[in-house]
Write a protein of this length. Structure first.
Lengths: 65, 296
């Protein structure tokens, strides 16, 4: 059971990494850079969108770059 | 430098006599406790760990911590490499615990479990440059830039090279290999927990610049000097042809002693810091064996 769960977790890792790490990382970068965002969009939402989409692409293609 | 008498003498020796003389010279450089590597391994880990509180408390700016972390993580491998070859102490010896402690701790920043490193590194020694069995064959590349490109490509989620250590452990299928796989799993889960935990508590940049990115830089640097450069072009599998000596513009220290890596492959129990001296003592024999000694 544990093996099954871990296998699934590692298979989905690019997406999890995009959401769990890259999203907040991009959010922090946006915050520190002081780039103006349209309306009142929170930086975390933008970060999560970038991290999530990039992670999903990496999951599908097997490549980050 | 090699003694001129030895250069003249080896030309007259047959293969058996060369082997005997090679062992005799190599033996002189083995033994003793490599205190330099021990201090390096533990000191480097403490240094890397200290970067966390220093940056989180604002005492050290992140722009300064990043290059320091890259250097520190890159320096984490070689002390463990000494332990992998039981250079500090062999099983059953009084200081074996120190050997194992150094082996386990020094590669933590690199996220390379000691058991994985040792088992796969032994396979690399046994099967150097074998396209099927050498776990480091993924570092084979046409030139330095090609290596960097391949190194980055090899770390992508779907890359074959990324799975080469796992495949080697699976092939070994020993209880020790099973423990190594378990270690690798634990290391990965702890690493991800730290990265995710720091990211969601507002410290993603610290995690990225002290661990995540420096580890990528270190993997490229270590792969370049410990694997690609000394084995290039990595086509030969013979004892005297699978590794070469090379001269780098960066010199001995910045290449982490790898210009003399050929000595390590021939005599893995010679401590790293003695390989330059051992190389110069052994050079006439290596030349007589037809080794690729380039301009060194």
């Amino acid at each position: 059971m544990a093996k099954f769960i871990l296998t699934r977790v590692f298979q989905a890792m690019p997406l999890l990494f995009g959401l769990g790490f890259l999203g907040p990382l991009f959010s922090e970068i946006l915050q520190r850079s002081g780039l103006p965002l349209p309306a009142s969009i929170p930086t975390l939402a933008v970060g999560m969108a970038i991290g999530g989409v990039w992670g999903a692409i990496a999951l599908r293609t097997g490549r980050w770059l | 430098m090699s003694h001129p008498d030895l250069v003249a003498d080896v030309a007259a020796l047959d293969s058996r006599e060369l082997a005997r003389l090679e062992m005799e010279i190599a033996d002189r450089y083995m033994g003793g406790l490599p205190w330099g590597s021990i201090a390096w391994g533990f000191g480097n880990l403490v240094f890397w760990l200290s970067l966390w509180p220093l940056t989180l408390s604002g005492l050290l700016p992140l722009w300064a911590a990043f290059p320091l972390a890259c250097i520190s993580v890159s320096l984490g491998y070689l002390p463990s490499h000494e332990a992998q070859h039981y250079i500090i102490a062999r099983p059953g010896e009084r200081l074996f615990w120190l050997n194992e402690l150094l082996g386990h701790l020094s590669t933590i920043p690199l996220l390379l479990p000691y058991r994985v490193a040792r088992l796969t590194h032994y396979e690399h020694h046994i099967h150097t440059n074998d396209p099927e069995l050498d776990p480091d064959i993924g570092t084979r590349a046409a030139n330095g830039w090609d290596f960097i490109r391949r190194s980055i490509a090899g770390r992508q989620p779907g890359a074959r090279a990324a799975a080469s250590y796992g495949a080697t452990l699976q092939r070994l299928a020993t209880p020790e290999a099973g423990r190594a796989v378990r270690d690798a799993l634990i290391y990965q889960l702890v690493f991800l927990a730290v990265l995710f935990g720091m990211a969601w508590t507002g410290h993603a940049l610290e995690a990225a610049l002290i661990w995540w990115l420096p580890r990528h830089v270190a993997q490229t640097y270590i792969g370049f000097y410990l694997s690609w450069a000394p084995h290039h072009p990595a086509n030969e599998t013979g004892r005297y042809s699978n590794t070469r000596a090379f001269r780098s513009h960066l010199g001995n220290i910045l290449t982490m002693g790898m210009q003399y890596h050929i000595v390590h492959h021939l005599h893995p129990r010679i401590p790293l810091m003695r390989t330059p001296a051992a190389y110069w003592a052994l050079r006439p024999i290596l030349a007589a064996r037809g080794c690729d000694l380039e301009r060194l």
